[in-house]
Design a protein around this ligand. Structure first.
Ligand SMILES: NC(=O)c1ccc[n+]([C@@H]2O[C@H](COP(=O)([O-])OP(=O)(O)OC[C@H]3O[C@@H](n4cnc5c(N)ncnc54)[C@H](OP(=O)(O)O)[C@@H]3O)[C@@H](O)[C@H]2O)c1
Length: 273
């Protein structure tokens, strides 16, 4: 992340995700520029507070009014209770950026009488800066708004613009919920190893390091997963024997298609509710 061009930000909620954002912004300020930050959070981490002061950021200026960006990182169920208290941060030129799951652009625009609004969907590896965050912006957002929002999201990992809000249900089903599918893969791989005779702890160590290592290899080489899979599987070998089972008509492909479809449908239903 490059330096920050001294934006003023109000951050509401500084838990796992909000905290990760602040840590990244601190690094950015170290590289240059500045930051004026108001944090609305009952238990803001004192360590982050000292780090912000150490890099020269202006923290919680008195009587703060409209800011450049209002960032909403509370749980969706907390959202209705914070709106009235943080409206003072929204003026004519404020961009509203939300990472709350399921809260629509329309709800956000209405709550703050704002036009330049961005709805984001991060995922849990964002806590260590290795996530992927998809976002959709209202048409009123300018290219400069998008650039600033992408820069502010960088501490969470990769950033992916999405063309239409209706696709956020699929995004939720793939990358939002996706880490849970991968953790399940590690769990069932460990259980299978145990059934084949390995002790429980060794089975879990082998399975989880395999999942983590394969993910890191894919990311660091930039090679497509299909190519990496072929590198492991030689004709007539052990990997091929397993892939024949996983690739069968009732194998992993159709199963994941059903799982993703169920998650996307649940996201649509929750959106309507
Ligand atoms: N974690 C993920 O994997 C993930 C993935 C996709 C999207 N998201 C979205 O990211 C958002 C944040 O998630 P998170 O995991 O960072 O949750 P979190 O760790 O619980 O953070 C939320 C923070 O908001 C604080 N808070 C509660 N009430 C508040 C209030 N009235 N005013 C200001 N702050 C208040 C909480 O403080 P207390 O803890 O003291 O209550 C907590 O520090 C959620 O909307 C979630 O949908 C998260």
């Amino acid at each position: 992340m490059s330096g920050l061009e001294s934006p003023s930000i109000a951050l509401v909620g500084a838990g796992a995700m909000g905290g990760a954002l602040v840590r990244g912004w601190i690094e950015a300020v170290r590289k240059g520029g500045g930051l004026t930050l108001t944090v609305v959070e009952p238990n803001f981490d004192p360590e982050l507070e000292s780090e912000l002061e150490a890099v020269g950021a202006i923290l919680n200026p008195p009587d703060a009014g409209p800011v450049d960006v209002l960032v909403l990182a509370v749980k969706p169920q907390t959202f209705p209770s914070i709106v009235a208290g943080v409206r003072r941060f929204v003026g004519e030129n404020t961009r509203v950026m939300s990472i709350m799951a399921g809260v629509t652009l329309e709800t956000l625009c209405r709550a703050f009488n704002a036009q330049r609004v961005v709805r984001c969907m991060p995922n849990s590896p964002a806590r260590i800066g290795r996530g992927v965050t998809a976002y959709v912006a209202t048409p009123a957002c300018t290219p400069e708004d998008r650039q600033l929002i992408e820069q502010l999201l960088e501490p969470l990992g990769a950033v992916e613009p999405i063309a239409a809000e209706r696709l956020m249900d699929v995004v939720t089903a793939v990358s939002g919920s996706g880490p849970a599918y991968v953790f399940l893969l590690a769990e069932v791989l460990a259980a299978a190893a145990e059934q084949e005779g390995l002790d429980k702890d060794a089975a879990m160590r082998l399975a989880s390091r395999t999942v983590a290592g394969a993910g890191a290899l894919m990311l660091e080489t930039g090679e497509p997963p299909g190519a990496l899979r072929k590198q492991v599987a030689s004709a007539g070998g052990t990997t091929e024997a397993a892939l024949d089972v996983l690739g069968a008509g009732d194998g992993l492909g159709p199963l994941l298609r059903r799982a993703v479809s169920a998650a996307a449908q649940r996201s649509r239903d929750l959106g309507k509710a």
